[in-house]
Design a protein around this ligand. Structure first.
Ligand SMILES: C[S@@+](CC[C@H](N)C(=O)[O-])C[C@H]1O[C@@H](n2cnc3c(N)ncnc32)[C@H](O)[C@@H]1O
Length: 462
């Protein structure tokens, strides 16, 4: 029997690929997505949903066109509606609930109306996950978030994660988490994300940890995350521990008000380190050193051949030489700038590696990676243009020679942005998974997505 998975905030399906393999392959039938949800609040057109339904061969329902089903008869439903408008009872029973969701303000207040009890801020998507988990009580939750989650908000470091853990404790889950840089496990992108795995009552993890199992042993050796993403034992002794609640009966609003408030206005930093577990409201946490992997894929390993690169990805000599062009933006600067309030200030920043190094994992893909405009953060790689590309792009002009001189390129070399396929490869998606929308959108999807192979590794150990 397969493990039934519900995928929330599905985007273009990174979790699904991690669990099931690429669409159309049956590399793994131990996991099956039985229900998925994706809705983009900022645009009318639902591009990610279009990609998702096309790749997994799902068609809209005649009566409810935002509901997609598979014609293959497989029990496979995708809903393109705001998750907050969906009744939990509409979602089928499942064993594992997964999703990558935004880091927002998770604070909780007591409502004036005592009967209603507690309320989190409106529109905060964590509470949607919590609502569905509360109704269905799946055996596992696997969640992904940016590393900032462990440290936010600024004035009360770690509060949001503490509220999240306490709310999972209220549902009787034990939780382990790990900050993972994908490149530490051989993937070609340096992408740091926190993976949170909650084990429900009756699962081996819940049994082990609630019946006196050693949190250190779980974190370093025996836990699902330790087995999938091995780390070195921490020789600094036992992990530090603390309680989420000051008093045993504190509710979520108390955790929200009192967690790590600091003394005398000093920022005490977040108590949550790179790896940890929470059992019955008690947290153990320690620093993480990934165990060496034998080989890491590099940015150079995933590049397409020059002939496959369309002209729009090749930088023009003008866009490089322009006074606010690529070379300027990537370089070091110390200059006077004027703010919107009219005040002048001194701005300075160092250079960033330009072009990007090909012999190691890439920098993190961000949502603004697409589009022709010059940018400090988009990736730019060195390549050998074809004869035709040299001619079409004017790469033997005087302007081009000046560029080569400024950034140290050989006569046969030039620079370009990454193609949508290369961005997909950096996250472990199949080539052309996001085809069908603009390149800017494709890059945006990859900036939002995750490294699918990390999910596969966790799936393996589950
Ligand atoms: C961080 S991305 C997740 C990306 C995904 N893991 C992937 O592999 O592509 C979060 C997703 O949640 C979606 N989203 C935001 N608000 C939503 C809502 N209210 N209901 C459903 N989906 C929402 C966004 O459109 C975005 O695709």
């Amino acid at each position: 029997m397969s493990i039934r998975v519900v995928e929330l905030f599905a985007g273009v399906g990174g979790f699904r690929i991690g669990f099931e393999g690429a669409p159309g392959t049956s590399s793994n039938n131990r996991f099956r997505i039985v229900w998925a949800n994706q809705w983009e609040p900022s645009t009318k057109k639902q591009h990610a949903a279009e990609v998702y339904s096309a790749r997994w061969g799902l068609s809209p329902d005649n009566e409810r066109p935002t509901l997609f089903t598979s014609s293959s008869g497989q029990n496979d439903v995708f809903v393109n509606e705001d998750i907050s408008t969906i009744e939990a009872s509409e979602i089928p029973e499942h064993d594992l609930l997964c999703g990558g969701f935004p880091c927002q303000d998770y604070s909780v207040a007591k409502t004036l109306d005592k009967a209603k009890g507690l309320s989190g801020k409106k529109g905060v998507l964590w509470w949607e996950i919590h609502r569905i988990a509360e109704y269905h009580r799946p055996s596992y939750l696997l969640l992904e978030n940016v590393d900032r989650l462990l440290k936010s908000p600024k004035g009360q470091r770690g509060r949001d994660f503490a509220v999240m853990l306490a709310s999972l404790e209220d549902l009787n889950y034990v939780v382990e988490w790990r900050m993972v840089d994908a490149s530490s496990y051989g993937f070609p992108q340096r992408r740091k994300r926190v993976f949170i795995l909650a084990h429900g009552q009756g699962t081996p993890g819940h049994e082990a940890l609630t019946k006196g199992g050693s949190p250190k042993y779980w974190m370093e050796e025996d836990g699902a995350l330790a087995r999938s993403l091995p780390i070195l034992p921490n020789n600094d002794g036992e992990p530090t521990w603390f309680c989420l609640r000051e008093n045993k009966n504190d509710d979520l609003a108390d955790v929200s008000d009192n967690f790590n408030t600091g003394k005398g206005g000093k920022d005490p930093g977040s108590p949550f380190l790179g790896t940890g577990v929470m059992v019955n409201g008690k947290v153990w946490t320690s620093k993480t050193t990934p165990r060496d992997v034998k080989s890491t894929l590099t940015l150079g390993d995933i590049l397409q051949d020059s002939e496959r690169v369309a002209d729009e990805f090749i930088l023009t000599p003008e866009s490089l030489n322009h006074e606010r062009g690529w070379i300027y933006l990537k370089g070091a600067k110390r200059e006077l700038r004027t703010g919107t309030d009219g005040f002048t200030y001194r701005y300075s920043e160092g250079p960033i590696t330009f072009p990007d190094a090909l012999d190691r994992a890439s920098r993190t893909i961000i949502t603004g990676e697409g589009g022709k405009g010059a940018s400090r953060f988009k990736h730019v790689v060195k390549f050998r243009p074809t004869k035709e590309q040299v001619e079409r792009m004017g790469l033997s002009s005087e302007g081009a020679s000046l560029v080569r001189e400024k950034i140290g390129l050989k006569l046969t070399e030039w620079v370009r942005r990454l193609t949508p396929i290369e961005l997909e490869r950096l996250n472990g998606f199949p080539d052309n998974h996001t085809e069908g929308v603009t390149d800017g959108k494709r890059a945006f999807f990859m900036g939002n997505a995750l490294v699918c192979g990390i999910v596969s590794r966790i799936a393996e150990s589950l």
